[in-house]
Ligand binder design. Sequence first.
Ligand code: PMP
Length: 435
Amino acid sequence: FTPAELAAVRADFPLLGRTVRDGKPLVYLDSAATSQKPQVVLDTEVDFYEQRNAAVHRGAHALAEEATEAFEHAREQVAALVGVEADEIVWTAGATMGINLVATGIQNATLGRGGAAAEQFRIGPGDEILVTEAEHHSNLVPWQELAARTGATLRWIPVREDGRLDLSGLDDLVTERTRVVAFAHVSNVTGAVAPVARIAAAARDAGALTVLDACQSVPHRPVDFHALDVDFAVFSAHKTLGPTGVGALYGRRELLEALPPVTTGGSMVEVVTMEATTFAPPPLKFEAGTQMVAQAVGFGAAADYLRELGMDAVAAHEAELAEELLKIGEIPGVRVLGPETVGTLGEDAGPEAGLPDRVAAVSFVVDGVHAHDVGQVLDDAGIAVRVGHHCAQPLHRRFGLAASARASAAVYTTLDEVTAFREALAGVRAFFGEE
Ligand code: PMP
């Protein structure tokens, strides 16, 4: 972005203009937890409630028609952001719900629901689910549960000291017993981009399903689930400049048709008798109950906002921010977790060739100072970072840590904000008498 373009982006985010802690300008570096929202998203939600509010997919009245149109248009907008068709997008309450939907759908198939078409999902003792040591708990615990409920075995790809996945044992980890390979596109702790093409190819060769946690990629770089050739993928609106309470699950059309539903009830049915029910085709089959319509419509506006900025431009801007953020590694006593430089993915990354190999989420620890104290000193300066284990306890354990601090940027973050953060961080050890 040119400085003028970035200034225009910032002006779209009302919250970024506020001050905190006795008038200090807010420096918001917690976008990996949740992003701020542009005015157009807020306006779209308000407009929905002011002008179109009605339950969708029923009601033969004008408002219901307009609400349904807005809801389904949003599905097209969100689908377009990730290169897929609208009917391959299922609304969920967020990424966590999307992963649980797939895991529990597989469990239901294992219980015999879904008939012959769902047999492909069955999993049992001796079968294997493969995850990675870098997963957010949302993409780990549901698979632990599925393994516990079905007798399957959970295995994982380890993480190297540099924070990248250790794929040296991939051929042994993906076997003919592997039924699911679930992994994050981008780690919410290290910012490292996983070699999706390589892992997806290994899974495909073994006949395993791939489930991609795209929470930390979709907001920050061009993502095309068809090109990445994954079977399922999830992401959350609230990290993607959109509202809370809504997310998306992408599924290959034939898999969404075959996967049994998880939440059952109104709106997801075709014919209901006292004895039995036939289900609507996907995506509606997975959308029981009154949906989060205003939020979905807001999500659609967020997707369009990002597409209009251009995801290549977003990725380029954020690569610059990542480079600036990583300079904290030069501050004495500061240790960055994960890749310490921003590189470019090579030809072996397939559709991702040429894109940055990490995003602008940088976790770090400061010698002799607890992460929570680091967070507090930064907060006193108006700088918002995340502290704790970032819902990735196993990864922190891998690094010999219980907690870290994380600074994470988004499209609206400026280099000046990163500089302010670096300067404040440089004073942290002195503040605690560590130097
Ligand atoms: N996966 C990753 C990589 C994440 O960063 C997060 C959110 N921190 C989630 C999953 C869960 O997303 P949500 O809380 O929106 O369901």
